[in-house]
Write a protein that binds this ligand. Sequence first.
Ligand code: FES
Length: 362
Amino acid sequence: MAEAAKYNGSEGAVVPAEGHGAVAPAAGTAVIATDAVQNPGLPPHRKRVTDLDPKVEKRAERTVYTLFYVSIAGSLGAVLAYMFFPIESGDLWDIRLHTMFVGVGMTLSLLAVGIGAVHWGKAIMADHESIDERHPVPSDSATRAEAVEVFTLANEESGFSRRSLVRNSLIGALIAFPLPGITLLRGLAPQDQDPVTLLKHTMWEEGIRLARDTGGYGVGGAIRAADVTIGSVFHVVPENLSQATNLLDEKAKAVVLLMRLEPEKLKERDERKGWSYDGIVAYSKVCTHVGCPVALYEQHTHHLLCPCHQSQFDVTDEAKVIFGPAKRPLPQLPITVDDEGYLVAQSDFQEPVGPSFWERLK
Ligand code: FES
């Protein structure tokens, strides 16, 4: 059997590798080059300006704790912005101000604490190189005592105990920076209404006309039954949507898709026979899986597709789920026409719209 060998510098010649005897290996066996890259070791330690000049060190310390205070100010600023720029009015300008100031506050909070920590490590903490040998596990008592010593030394060198302003401001910054996140959770629970009741009802009620959804805050004209041709689909909101206090919240619950099919294609239970009008049906556009807008209508198959996780609903069969993760049909809005031929709601939805989760709270 051939032994490992070293290339000796002259073409075609090899020498046995260390510890492998003096027998030359056969041609074609692996060789180890003698000019392998040597470990260059650590470069010589260079002192930083903060190591040499106490004034500069003091200035660096000031910078660090100032950054930590800026972080505290940013966190508190975000909380104040949340309170002083409420979005309850639903006004777009209020929402923009709210988003901007809360965002600026949180950005300051995170950036300043991050930059402060890096600057502390780079400019003030001891920066000499050290080699930490790997020890067997578990450590013996001597090693543990050594660890305590290392922590004590690190504490002394970083000045964590000694530099009380830096330490306290860092602790303050770390306590303050989760506050904006916690404060934002407040927005999930409206002050004056039970969130479950709020999510169970929409703006639809008897006699409210179905109007075109023109996007954003827009409400288009009311829709006549005669405008809805077979195969067409309309994105619909309540005609009185612009009077809502929380327009976007109300719109998110009340959006509806309106389609017309040949009446004989509809499979309707007896109790739902009066919910459609001459083949025109209206279903909630909010997917019952996790609430994406179900906005894709396939005219030939009469299937509605949710683009988020591909749930499909059969419009001919009360929007039942035929594919995908959604667990219940899209709620149907009972509709009819008024004296002038406009499509109107007969009532609100008969069940909560949106993710199935709400069904369990009935
Ligand atoms: Fe519609 Fe997931 S949200 S399928």
